[in-house]
Write a protein that binds this ligand. Structure first.
Ligand SMILES: C=CC1=C(C)c2cc3[nH]c(cc4nc(cc5[nH]c(cc1n2)c(C)c5CCC(=O)O)C(CCC(=O)O)=C4C)c(C)c3C=C
Ligand code: FES
Ligand SMILES: [Fe+2]
Length: 420
């Protein structure tokens, strides 16, 4: 992918009024304070504890963290491949972009809410799992972000400090919070997890050779619980329109775009996003006309379209002013919903009374139940990964991908010996 030094969001227009968003009120970290006991079958038959590790990109919790967040993001060759120039160009690009993005985070309340939502969702999911999957209880919530705190290495060190490693054979589930798989998102997080597993638990790291038993929930694009959570939020938004107009409101599903170079490499994400959209429309009994569009393009290279902002403008020009935007590839609010959709796309379209956005999943109890159901199904199947994870993109040339996929597929044997 070629990225010029002057990166800018395509068609972004600034606005000053901050958007209000609800945050859960609770403490910062959910890491365990005391070591957990080793995995052995106890009197209740439980083979826990089980670490539930949420993987996501993360975001700066305060504007002071924007610089470090962007610097890590532009250093990631799985997201922005700059080849041998990565370590020179990456810092230049991130430094140049920092002031503009700091302003945007300031406008949405001073930071990304993604950490608070992730910690809340995981803690709540674990409470449900303890009830519906007693055989793997207790379930302990951890968060591993790719570009913001808590980073993967911090989470991994905490897992070891909490007793999941060191020859005790603890079980950990890496649960991607991107429902649809892309090599630039979940793939990058798994590559990072594999890297830190190798550094902190591999031969010569001072521990036994890989003592944590990992399995991965690598995608869940059409899970019925996820579909139900999206559908209920759409129905709630549609109910705000007068009854006589309701069935003609156009549903615009909006997902983060991908560079065409990534699409043409064979990345599974566009097909999986389309699968989510279709499943949600099936659940809604195709009550409304709909389209899928793509947002958040960065830089001058070709990206998958149509672009969300253009789509809204074009429909309005055609006289279609009743539109509901639905963020379909994110499970909580962040800059792409609170700034780009609310302040830029909707705030500037001139029709804030008829162009609306469905709530993000955030603290939806239906969504949190869905997370628990996805995890329970994974824990009961005994599979280390989906079948899909082992298949590389047809045009993939990355050794990292190859090693990571081999490692996680290879966890199957360890898993069987643990659950047998
Ligand atoms: C499904 C989700 C996402 C995909 C796919 C994705 C691909 C992707 N992103 C960039 C570049 C940037 N993304 C940035 C922020 C950002 N991206 C996602 C999700 C996906 N990205 C989220 C949730 C966020 C916001 C995080 C938060 O606020 O909590 C940014 C930083 C913001 C900015 O500078 O505009 C960049 C840059 C690329 C190049 C890419 C595909 C390869
Ligand atoms: S880029 Fe998709 S498997 Fe490597
Ligand atoms: Fe992104």
């Amino acid at each position: 992918m070629s990225i010029r030094l002057s990166l800018s969001r395509v068609s972004r227009r600034a606005r000053s009024s901050p958007s209000a968003h609800l945050l859960p009120q609770f403490g910062q970290r959910r890491y365990l304070a005391t070591p957990v006991p080793p995995v052995t079958q106890d009197a209740t038959g439980s083979k826990g504890p089980t670490a539930m590790v949420f993987l996501n990109m993360g975001g700066p919790s305060t504007t002071d963290e924007v610089g470090d967040f962007l610097s890590r993001l532009f250093s990631d060759g799985d997201l922005i491949p700059l080849g041998r120039l990565q370590s020179y160009i990456g810092p230049l690009l991130s430094k140049r972009r920092t002031p503009k993005i700091e302003k945007q985070y300031a406008e949405i309340g001073g930071g990304s809410p993604i950490r608070k939502w992730s910690e809340y969702q995981n803690a709540e999911m674990c409470k449900i799992l303890d009830k519906i999957s007693p055989e793997t209880a207790p379930h302990k919530p951890y968060v591993a972000f790719r570009y913001a705190n808590p980073l993967t290495e911090e989470m991994y060190s905490q897992l070891l400090a909490d007793g999941f490693g060191n020859g005790k054979g603890g079980r950990a589930v890496a649960f991607t919070q991107y429902p649809q798989y892309s090599c630039s998102t979940t793939g990058s997080s798994l590559n990072e997890l594999w890297k830190w597993r190798h550094r902190l638990e591999g031969k010569g790291a001072g521990n036994n050779d890989g003592t944590i038993n990992w399995s991965v929930i690598d995608r869940w694009p059409a899970h019925h619980g996820l579909v139900e959570a999206f559908a209920q939020n759409i129905e709630a938004k549609l109910a705000e329109y007068p009854e006589e107009r309701r069935k003609d409101v156009v549903l615009l599903f909006s997902a983060h775009s991908l560079p065409m170079s990534v699409v043409n490499r064979g990345d599974p994400y566009p097909a999986e996003v389309a699968a989510t959209v279709y499943a949600v429309m099936q659940r809604l009994k195709f009550s409304n006309p709909y389209r899928l569009c793509w947002q958040s393009q960065v830089g001058p290279s070709a990206w998958l379209g149509p672009q969300t902002s253009n789509t809204v403008e074009d429909y309005i020009k055609k006289g279609q002013k009743d539109l509901v935007l639905i963020p379909i590839a994110f499970t909580s609010d962040h800059i792409e919903t609170l700034y780009e959709l609310d302040l830029e796309v909707i705030g500037e379209c001139g029709h804030t009374d008829t162009v609306k956005r469905a709530e993000s999943l955030n603290g939806s109890p239906v969504f949190i139940q869905a997370l628990a159901d996805v995890a329970k199904e994974h824990l009961s199947t005994g599979s280390a990964t989906t079948q899909q994870l082992s298949l590389r993109c047809p045009a993939c040339k990355s050794e990292r991908c190859s090693e990571t996929k081999k490692f996680f597929a290879g966890q199957q044997e360890k898993l069987f010996s643990q659950i047998a």
